[in-house]
Design a binder for this molecule. Structure first.
Ligand code: SF4
Ligand code: MG
Length: 350
């Protein structure tokens, strides 16, 4: 991650309608309260790095952190602690993130205590625990509180992990591939739970995924990342239905049918109404070529070695963002004002 020049600006968490703005490698990312923003990319694109940097699991190499508009020293102070409470991270592997030797009660009680939300009496604590489990639809709470992680299904474990994040009463949830390790039949349930929490608690959710079809289903806004840079953004419907960047076009043409996530869910639940283990083979998206290493990324547009529409300038000049209609944008020279006018000889000599 030291190859990332990270600049970050976080502000206005408390202000419900103002965007929270992050910038990574010269490209900004807005998280809004009550909204899901997807960051889509292949493994190695840097999408998980963004979540970890925002959660302060990785130190930033440079940059500034603002909370409520005020600069905060990373790693210390009240404002930084408030930031860490308000920004919670959910991982891909709910089993790995829960300690197998401790019960659900232990995990949630600890989280409530850390965030001073356990109340004063034993009754307060029981109420807070029950409320957390009800929020993630693990009811009745008594059935789950004294369970160990291995006694729960993958989906139930992810619900416990989400409840633990909710113990902090966050305003931002960073969900790094929260369903990719779960069985297809329960993915939709977890995404619907996150959507429900977003609406009820006015959360800003960052949804990191390699699956552009699920971004269309779940996210309000979609950003596409390639080799450490954002290459396209806009509302999810537009980006997935009318992708502008050649990389997004490649992703959407190789992705399964966007409605498949719902169809799979229905198929899986039809096959086994009892909710047992249903394994639906997952189609690997075939995208031509390999993503480049971030250690020595290609010059110019980092996608140029794989791009069917690459022009001469793409090899040497980094494309800036070009604004298209309806808030959609793409970092691609095809959208430069002078692109159609460029003649072949000029390109050859560029
Ligand atoms: Fe392809 Fe050039 Fe656009 Fe990059 S800038 S995606 S290489 S056309
Ligand atoms: Mg990852």
């Amino acid at each position: 991650s030291k190859h990332f020049a990270v600049r970050r600006t976080l502000r206005n968490f408390a202000d419900r309608n103002r965007p929270v703005v992050h910038a990574v490698d010269d490209v900004s990312l807005k998280l809004r309260r009550g909204s899901v923003t997807a960051v889509v990319g292949e493994s190695g694109s840097g999408k998980s790095t963004i979540a970890r940097l925002l959660a302060q699991l990785y130190p930033t190499t440079s940059g500034q952190l603002l909370l409520h508009g005020k600069p905060t020293k990373v790693g210390q102070g009240r404002a930084f602690r408030a930031y860490c409470r308000q920004v919670q991270l959910i991982f891909q592997d709910p089993f790995g993130s829960l300690n197998p030797t401790h019960t659900v009660r232990y995990h949630l009680t600890r989280a409530l205590r850390i965030h001073n939300r356990a109340g004063r009496t034993a009754k307060d604590l029981e109420q807070a625990l029950a409320q957390l489990l009800e929020r993630v639809h693990l009811t009745p709470p008594e059935r789950y509180l004294d369970s160990f992680p291995h006694e729960l299904s993958g989906g139930q474990r992810q619900r416990v992990a989400i409840a633990r994040a909710m113990a902090a009463d966050p305003s931002v949830l960073l969900a790094d591939e929260p369903v990719s390790m779960l069985d297809v039949s329960i993915r939709l349930g977890i995404l619907n739970l996150l959507r429900d929490l977003k609406e009820r608690l006015n959360l800003a959710i960052l949804y990191i995924t390699h699956d552009i079809a699920s971004a269309r289903y779940f996210a309000d806004e979609t950003l596409v990342m390639y080799a450490g840079r954002m290459v396209e953004g806009g509302d999810s419907e537009t980006v997935t239905q009318r992708p502008a960047h050649p990389y997004t076009q490649l992703l959407t043409s190789s992705a399964p049918d966007p409605d498949r996530i719902v169809a799979d869910h229905q198929a899986a639940t039809t096959v086994d109404p009892a909710g047992g283990e249903v394994v639906v083979e997952e189609e690997e998206s075939e995208t031509a070529g390999e993503p480049p290493s971030l250690i020595s990324p290609p010059s110019g547009c980092r996608f140029h070695p794989r791009c069917p529409k690459a022009m001469e300038r793409c090899r040497t000049q980094v494309p800036p963002r070009f604004d298209l209609a309806d808030g959609q944008w793409a970092a691609c020279w095809l959208y430069a004002e002078d692109a159609p006018a460029r003649s072949a000889p000029q390109e050859a000599s560029a």
